[in-house]
Design a protein around this ligand. Structure first.
Ligand SMILES: C[S@@+](CC[C@H](N)C(=O)[O-])C[C@H]1O[C@@H](n2cnc3c(N)ncnc32)[C@H](O)[C@@H]1O
Length: 211
């Protein structure tokens, strides 16, 4: 096994690398399906929407978004080269059509012009962002005035058999809501979903029409 694969397994979800990273991507595509379906519902995708997903992992949500934004555009950015490869394979048809564009990079420095997107979504990735205050301001920059941000946050559930200790507490979700307000977002609200042992909070926020 090469050195790049000798890493702590949970770290593979923060930035999948090498063979274990490919395995982590496969696992995420399997286990995060409900989170992605709920995100689509919260986003209320319209055919003409221009949408950015941050931290797309294996690219399942990108696929769901492209199925709905049929006259729009879906962009994605992820830190992991392995995830860019997996997501590009999963979305090869819409990438070829020019309706989906995937790139490797960080939320901290988004390669898009100001006001480029109607909607930005990030599911199960906020906990890995290196500088949340700056990163949220960067997200706000690429949203159109009046545009919507949806942050999907998996909630901690010790009863969950797999990775039960991972996830946010209610207090952490509230603190992220405060960060959103400090980064200049308005209309902040939370929607909760649950299926079996899976619980997820979606923070919804808007870039104000002015400023
Ligand atoms: C736990 S995975 C979630 C993937 C996918 N959203 C899902 O729910 O299946 C977290 C993803 O965020 C990406 N990521 C971590 N830090 C990032 C950053 N600073 N900018 C962009 N993506 C990042 C990782 O590479 C990884 O693909």
């Amino acid at each position: 096994m090469s050195q790049e694969n000798v890493v702590e397994p949970v770290g593979q979800f923060g930035r999948p690398r090498g063979v274990l990273g490919r395995l982590a991507g496969w696992l995420m595509a399997l286990t995060n399906r409900p989170l992605n379906r709920w995100a689509v519902e919260v986003l209320e995708v319209r055919p003409g929407d221009h949408i950015l997903e941050i931290g797309f992992g294996p690219g399942h949500l990108i696929q769901l978004l492209a199925e709905r934004a049929t006259e729009g555009f879906v962009a994605g950015i992820d830190l992991s080269e392995v995830m860019v490869e997996q997501a590009a394979r999963r979305n090869r048809r819409t990438v070829r059509q020019g309706r989906v564009e995937l790139c490797q990079g960080s939320v901290s420095s988004l390669p898009y012009e100001d006001g480029r997107f109607d909607k930005v979504v990030a599911v199960n990735t906020f906990q890995f962002w290196p500088d949340p205050e700056n990163d949220l301001r960067e997200v706000r920059r690429v949203l159109k005035p009046g545009g919507t941000l949806v942050l999907g946050l998996r909630l901690k559930n010790p009863a969950r058999r797999f990775l039960g200790g991972l996830g946010h507490t209610g207090d952490e979700v509230a603190a992220i809501g405060t960060l959103l307000a400090e980064a200049g977002f308005t209309g902040i609200s939370t929607r909760g979903y649950q299926q079996g042992q899976e619980r997820v909070a979606y923070l919804v926020a808007a870039r104000p029409l002015t400023g």
